[in-house]
Design a protein around this ligand. Structure first.
Ligand code: S3P
Length: 425
């Protein structure tokens, strides 16, 4: 398992259009191509472990893929049963969305993942999918992978979800496309909406009214996708925090999706005092553009609303909190406990190793700004924990252990980071 040493950064100006492509959109682009008639084109796909696992799975399901190094041309003639186990690696998105996609496919399928994914809760998708007729099972009554799926008929449903989860919503929308009538899905807060936008773009009859999504079953196959995957705001955010915490610095992050359900962490950083400007340059499936972040003194913040819009960025935001004046509080964020690691305890414990005061509670934590001190911290196999504490190292130097996980989402992270500071791998 590799480790890295990061050295403190001097004031920097960093401009890039090479932030890794969006992970959520990349997963969806290959999965949804399985629902299209004709050739889908996907450019700038994220070639990272999580999303390459999804690509390999659609190959197992019968898709043919032509890759010229820039664009995948994907053709499928419906989902075919595979003789192999389908490996989602570290990806909860992969496993949960494939569960919905395969719930109505003809055949028997097994989904598995790495040791971390096999510990994460799957009942949030297996339960509602079973309720509408899908035949899914797994350890602990369907809560833990490996999952087995025997595709079958899906009953029309009106489902009210208790959690704001795009993964659950997407799994149910995918199942609804093959249901025997019109379905509705309501969530308590709007979660990221790439699934609705992309499927609508492919001609699916999906309408959204506030928190309620109505899905009409597909009459035949959908139109092919033609998409250039924008850069991932969750990956871009590490460099936003970098600029915000190193005095005198600026980061210009180009070609990023500006989907409102994805840029809430930048808004939070702005509320903490950072100087941030957004510029929309394109609109295809969703708004795309640049985000410029300039350092300014930061102050504490309370985060309690729209948690699902910034859930993935909270570890990195916690590094900004550690550099801010006052005590910041994160509430209503129990979902952090079931991410790639228990992110409440991994953030709090690692901050303490860096001499920052931080208190953990059931659904959140506090961070009191102070002087970050160099330390040796563990990623716990979690890419976002690894990258967040590497960014903390820009202030004080840091050693981060077990960094291979960064390849799940941001393979060129160190290449970009070395434009900002000295990195010893
Ligand atoms: C994702 C949804 C979020 C997010 C995850 C990616 C997606 O999870 O944390 O990294 O692509 O749908 P939940 O839907 O469980 O909140």
């Amino acid at each position: 398992m590799k480790k890295v040493t990061i050295y403190p950064a001097e004031q920097f100006t960093f401009k890039t259009d090479a932030i890794a492509p969006d992970k959520s959109i990349s997963h969806r682009s290959v999965m949804f191509s399985m629902l299209a008639e004709g050739e889908s084109k996907v450019t700038n796909f994220l070639r990272a472990e999580d999303t390459m696992n999804s690509l390999n799975i659609i190959k197992e399901l019968g898709a043919s893929i032509d890759d010229d190094g820039k664009t995948f041309r994907i053709r499928s003639e419906g989902i075919k049963e595979s003789a192999n186990i389908l490996d989602c690696g570290n990806s909860g998105t992969g496993m949960r969305l494939f569960s919905g996609l395969l719930a109505s496919a003809e055949g028997h399928f097994i989904l598995t993942g790495d040791e971390y994914l096999r510990r994460r809760p799957m009942k949030r998708v297996t339960k509602p999918l079973r309720d509408i007729g899908a035949k899914l099972d797994g350890r602990e009554d369907g809560d833990l992978a490996p999952l087995s799926i025997r595709g079958g008929s899906i009953k029309a449903f009106d489902y009210e979800s208790k959690i704001a989860s795009a993964q659950v919503k997407s799994a149910m929308i995918l199942a609804a496309l093959s249901a025997d009538g019109v379905c509705t899905y309501t969530e308590p807060e709007l979660s990221r909406d790439h699934t609705e936008r992309m499927l609508k773009g492919m001609g699916a009859e999906i309408s959204v009214d506030g928190l309620k999504t109505t899905i009409k079953p597909m009459k035949g196959l959908l139109s092919p996708l033609d998409i250039r995957v924008p850069s991932d705001p969750s990956s871009a955010f590490f460099f936003a925090v970098a600029a915000a915490i190193v005095p005198g610095s600026t980061a210009v992050l180009e070609g990023v999706t500006l989907n409102p359900t994805r840029i809430e962490a930048f808004k939070a950083l702005e509320r903490m005092g950072a100087d941030i400007v957004y510029e929309t340059t394109d609109d295809r499936y969703e708004p795309i553009g640049s985000i410029t972040v300039k350092h300014a003194p930061l102050h504490a913040i309370t985060i309690e609303d729209n948690i699902s819009w910034l859930i993935d960025e909270l570890p990195a935001l916690s590094i900004a909190m550690a550099c801010a004046e006052g005590t910041s509080t994160v509430k209503n964020a129990a979902e952090l406990r079931v991410k790639e690691s228990d992110r409440i305890s991994t953030v709090v414990n690692n901050l303490r190793y860096c001499s920052i005061e931080s208190e953990e509670f059931e659904d959140g934590y506090t961070v009191t700004g102070g002087e970050l001190m160099t330390a040796r911290v563990e990623s716990h196999g979690d890419h976002r924990i690894a990258m967040s504490f590497i960014i903390a190292g820009l202030r004080c130097g840091m050693q981060v252990e077990d960094i291979d996980c960064i390849n799940t989402s941001f393979p060129n992270f160190f290449e970009l980071l070395s434009e900002v500071t000295k990195v010893e791998l």
